[in-house]
Design a protein around this ligand. Sequence first.
Ligand SMILES: Cc1ncc(COP(=O)(O)O)c(C=O)c1O
Length: 359
Amino acid sequence: MNRVYNFAAGPACLPLPVLEQARDEFISYQNSGMSVMEMTHRGKHFEAIIHEAEELLRELLDIPANYKVLFLQGGAVMQFSMLPLNLMRASRKADYFITGEFAEKAAKEAAKFGTVNIAASSEDRKFAYIPKTWTLDPDADYAHINLNNTIFGTRFTQIPDTGAVPLAADASSCILSEPLDVKRFGLIYAGAQKNIGPAGLTVVIMREDLIGFAGPKTPVMLDYKTFAENESMYNTPPTFAIYMAMLVFRWLKSLGGLTVMQKMNQEKAKLLYDCLDASSLFKPTADKEDRSLMNVTFTLPTEDLTAAFLKAAEAQQLANLKGHRKVGGFRASLYNAMPIEGVRKLVAAMQQFERENHV
Ligand SMILES: Cc1ncc(COP(=O)(O)O)c(C=O)c1O
């Protein structure tokens, strides 16, 4: 079987045991005579799947009882619109932390619906760091951050204290990579295609008291209440993606949950960052204290060397290491499903490349 180490930022690698189980049950799920893809979402099989998915997610993230778990579609980008449509409910003002391209897009979308205050920005140094100070508006309806910046390889290591103002977080590229104190947030959202499952599913975890403020002209599919009141099944949910997410949650639990996952992710990231810090050829792009555990960004001094390393890496089954065009160079995404062997192999390839291209 030809499986590569897939360092893509998303859609990203999934755990092999999950793929194998999905394969084994693909054609006839639990002797039902049909695939999960072919089933009604109102039947006993799928209802058991969506309930188990929610229960496991609650257990993994220790989600308090006064939070709803919603399974939506539309990707994280749809949340850029849904959030202001629902949460701009009094002052119609919101604070945004601009720490990357997705944060910028989220703020731009919110500005269509109300007043956006830029609480802090790291644009001055091409988003290579996380701002350490910010200006918050005590009157804001909510504040928004990107917990992990997929493109620029940075992350918040401290959750900003926004006082009574609910904090909404885009956790697309770090959810389930380590424990998260859910009660610090009013709302957390994540596209599934990195640490949860296949694309097509978006998970929202939100405090119940924030539901029900969408204006009367809000499309029904953009109102959190629609999903909260109908157990995420107002219409047909992304059934197969939810089933895959359930399998991923089971896999996470079987490994020992998020504390164990955090240790594994720290170990993987350390291997690669240590290699970068010791290198005189490869250069990490993010400030040391703000480095992401999930997306490691780095460069080589010339375009020729960059192309040569990508080619050498691909020849060794190390796939999708090309960096985002905004940063250039390389990005190694080390999501939960990336085994440490993949990182070891990448580090060995980098060290070999450095020996061969020593200047
Ligand atoms: C942090 C972050 N936010 C938003 C997005 C966009 O998500 P989607 O493509 O699910 O709309 C991504 C995607 O790749 C991301 O990494």
